[in-house]
Design a protein around this ligand. Structure first.
Ligand SMILES: Nc1ncnc2c1ncn2[C@@H]1O[C@H](COP(=O)(O)OP(=O)(O)O)[C@@H](O)[C@H]1O
Ligand SMILES: O=P(O)(O)OC[C@H]1O[C@](O)(COP(=O)(O)O)[C@@H](O)[C@@H]1O
Ligand SMILES: [Mg+2]
Length: 491
């Protein structure tokens, strides 16, 4: 497996602290490339749009809450169709690959890349690479036409198949070269974008006229910079069914407890949003917010209090929550999946047993606990209507970018505007819930659960780490550092 990081950032600076973190372009390393007028200018559907083509100078600000004296800060190149393209329609030979875990909307993105290339740019040759990265060198390809993909957005999963592991950069680039592919669309999460970045580097090293475009996929919503990842809303919606079931079960019996485990290996966004959406949840546990079980202010004490008040309760937890407690008590060996991701123990089963044991030992109150694990049910469904529209925009932005000769980029909305983001910005860190932000405070106030943190730790930490301003969404990574300190203070 290769490592990313050999690409020189393309930084353009301007007045008042303006910085553009630009994406690579084929013309950066191949001289004298011919250009062609964008065929969209003759497309009846788009001809009525005023200013259809994106101005080359358009850029999107990463930070939009500013002060009078703030520098203008980091910007990304705005996505969209350009006046000139770097490929003629009949010479384009594109391929699409899906990697990593499933996510609602994968099929919609595949469909919209195929249809976007065909309907907007007249491209007829699109190959599907089967079974993730290893499919480049070990599987047959699938020819993708608008007819083949017509109905696929109504199905969950990916028609191409996916896999973890199996990233062999030189074999993949050999396969791209041998097949004469000149546009590569790579759909996947942080691991996949790391893989895409090294593929791009190797393509550039070989001097190939091949555009590499990444489309970010992560059900955990853990990709930084972009506003939100596709499929996330669908997953949160689907999680409501499990939470409703846990609520009905717990409400129907004296001292009933419903425990629901949701996805979220390192980031608790699904659990946090599903909790906020439901309002039936009494306690939400996520990887970013450490907690403890025994003693004053601990989880057991809170459960007892809530059961006395309400006679029932619902606990939602992300799969990555409390892993440090679990490994302390189970002394398990660290295991990894083929992509190198840490394999987690089932924290839902573990905590359910701990709660049962506690109440049977203390004999103060009899409880009935039901554990619901809808893990794969929330990601195997087709995407909902709004995710479908989002996937369409992502796919079309990727197609416009590749046709315009941009390469080595991931596409995604930044403050609502679709942008081209260099790979290194997407893979440098993971997006996490910032527990000193207002969103987590909203959650704490909606569940009225303990924060499991002492307020002095948080206040002290804020003073130390962020003297000038309190970021609301950890945009520049400072809050992550602050968070780590809070965690280490409370453990
Ligand atoms: N650092 C890396 N360099 C190259 N390829 C990688 C890297 N990390 C992961 N990959 C590849 O990306 C693919 C998907 O990664 P994975 O972590 O399983 O899912 P996701 O992309 O959803 O995070 C796998 O085929 C894996 O081998
Ligand atoms: O069992 P699998 O297929 O490895 O997937 C489980 C994992 O996939 C995830 O959804 C994240 O996967 P990705 O990084 O591929 O998006 C985690 O939340 C979960 O732990
Ligand atoms: Mg991942």
């Amino acid at each position: 497996m290769g490592t990313a990081g050999n690409v020189q950032p393309k930084i353009v600076t301007g007045d008042a602290g303006y910085v553009l973190e630009d994406v690579p372009h084929l013309a950066d390393y191949i001289p004298d490339l011919p250009t062609y007028p964008n065929p969209l200018q003759d497309n009846a559907a788009y001809s009525v749009v005023k200013q259809y083509f994106v101005n080359d100078d358009d850029s999107v600000a990463q930070k939009i809450v500013v002060h009078k004296s703030s520098p203008r800060g980091t910007h990304f190149r705005r996505a969209g169709p350009r006046q000139k393209v770097y490929f003629e329609s009949d010479e384009v030979h594109a391929c699409i690959v899906t990697c990593g875990g499933l996510c609602p909307g994968l099929n919609t993105v595949i469909r919209e890349i195929v249809c976007g290339l065909n309907h907007m740019y007249g491209v007829n040759r699109v190959l599907g690479i089967a079974g993730g990265y290893r499919g480049f060198y070990s599987q047959n390809t699938i020819s993708l036409t608008p007819k083949v993909v017509n109905d696929i957005h109504k199905r969950g999963g990916t028609i191409l198949g996916t896999s973890r592991g199996g990233h062999d950069t030189s074999k993949i680039v050999d396969s791209i070269q041998d097949r004469g592919i000149n546009q590569v669309y790579i759909i996947g999460g942080d691991g996949t974008q790391r893989g895409a970045s090294v593929i791009f580097e190797e393509i550039q090293r070989r001097g190939l006229r091949v555009a590499v475009a990444g489309i970010p996929k992560t059900i955990d919503n853990d990709i930084p910079v972009i506003d939100k990842s596709f499929g996330f809303d669908t997953a949160v919606e689907e999680a409501q069914r499990a939470i409703n079931a846990a609520h009905v079960e717990s409400e129907s019996i004296e001292n009933g407890i419903g425990v629901v485990k949701l996805m979220g290996r390192y980031s608790g966004f699904i659990a946090m949003h599903a909790t906020l959406a439901s309002r039936d949840v009494d306690c939400c546990l996520i990887p970013e917010s450490p907690f403890y079980l025994e003693g004053p202010g601990g989880l057991f004490e809170f459960i007892e209090k809530r059961l006395k008040e309400n006679g029932h309760m619902v606990i939602v937890m992300a799969e990555g929550a409390g892993q440090e407690l679990l490994s302390e008590s189970m002394r398990s060996a660290d295991r990894q999946d083929p992509s190198g991701n840490k394999l987690l123990q089932d924290v839902g089963l573990w905590i359910s047993q701990k709660i049962r044991d506690h109440f049977s030992r203390s004999k103060r109150m009899g409880i009935t606990l039901k554990y619901i694990d809808p893990t794969y049910m929330i990601r195997a469904v087709p995407s909902n209507a709004s995710d479908n529209v989002y996937c369409t925009l992502l796919a079309q932005s990727a197609v416009h970018g590749a046709m315009a000769g941009y390469t080595g980029f991931t596409v995604g909305p930044v403050n609502g505007r679709h942008s081209y983001i260099p790979f290194y910005r997407i893979i440098e860190r993971q997006n996490k819930v910032v527990i000193t932000d207002r969103m987590w405070a909203r959650l704490l106030s909606s569940t009225n659960q303990p924060s499991f943190l002492s307020p002095t730790d948080i206040i002290e930490d804020k003073k130390e780490e962020a003297p000038q301003s309190q970021l609301l969404n950890g945009e520049n990574g400072r809050d992550d550092e602050a968070l780590e300190k809070v965690i280490s203070n409370t453990c």
